[in-house]
Design a protein around this ligand. Structure first.
Ligand code: AP5
Length: 215
């Protein structure tokens, strides 16, 4: 599987990537996760990315292209990959297509998760994650619980710094201006599959599986 999951902030890219990973043993490459880890560890990359991410802007292309190349060339990606959050600009997409050519990858599927802004703001303001296992939840799933339903860690839920409403609205604007044009770029370079992501998670997953012929 050589898959790019594409969609606005909150469309469900991370959620669907995790579900897909249980069907196909491939690497899940989330540039957002890699950057958040770098920020947490205060690496040189993290120091550069922190303020940009807190505002909901995009980290410069040259930094994220390097992350993407390292991840695709890692042996963990030998069985395939799910790219989540990359590419986000046309120059990133151009670099990616070059890497695909170098790696002789010509069977890329671009899965578009289509959802409306109001639902996205609502989902993101209500998103929580476990800081131990990284699993993503909605507030309704964990409200009042002290243990993570996935790994059992105690008091481990947190809200992302960029999940505040004003930052979310900026992320949506950045998506419209800089990221949506990537779709046109890929129209003749990948098999583009669109799924209505306004339905419940399991229904979205079912259609994703059908459209990707995963049974
Ligand atoms: P990143 O981490 O990639 O964030 P994002 O694209 O804004 O996407 P999210 O992770 O917010 O949402 P998602 O679509 O994965 O939704 P999720 O499954 O969590 O990037 C963060 C930042 O890093 C960027 O702003 C930028 O600064 C930087 N960055 C990253 N990559 C970069 C790049 N390539 N170039 C430059 N900068 C980069 O779901 C959200 C919530 O909704 C959850 O609570 C979930 O439970 C719920 N949910 C999911 N699906 C459904 C559904 N169908 N119905 C109801 N609820 C649902």
């Amino acid at each position: 599987m050589h898959l790019i999951i594409f969609g606005a902030p909150g469309a469900g890219k991370g959620t669907q990537a995790e579900l897909l990973k249980s069907k196909a043993a491939v690497a899940h490459i989330s540039t957002g996760e890699i950057l958040r880890d770098a920020v947490k560890r205060e690496t040189p990359l993290g120091v550069k990315a922190k303020a940009i991410m807190e505002k909901g802007e995009l980290v410069p292309d040259e930094l994220v292209v390097g992350i993407m190349k390292d991840a695709l060339q890692d042996p963990k990606s030998d069985n395939g990959f799910i790219l989540d959050g990359f590419p986000r600009t046309v120059p990133q997409a151009e670099s990616l297509v070059e890497v695909f050519k170098e790696m002789n990858i010509d069977d890329v599927v671009l899965l578009v998760l289509d959802a409306k802004d109001d639902a996205l703001v609502d989902r993101l303001t209500n998103r929580r994650a476990c800081k131990e296992c990284g699993k993503i939840f909605s507030l309704a799933e964990v409200e009042g619980k002290s243990e993570c339903p996935s790994c059992g860690a105690k008091n481990s839920f947190y809200q992302r710094d960029d999940d505040k409403e004003d930052v979310i609205r900026n992320r949506l604007e950045v998506y419209r201006k800089s990221t949506k044009p990537v779709l046109d770029y890929f129209a003749d370079k990948a098999d583009v599959v669109t799924v209505d992501a306004m339905r419940p998670i399991d229904e979205v997953a079912k259609e994703v599986n059908e459209k990707l012929k995963l049974g």
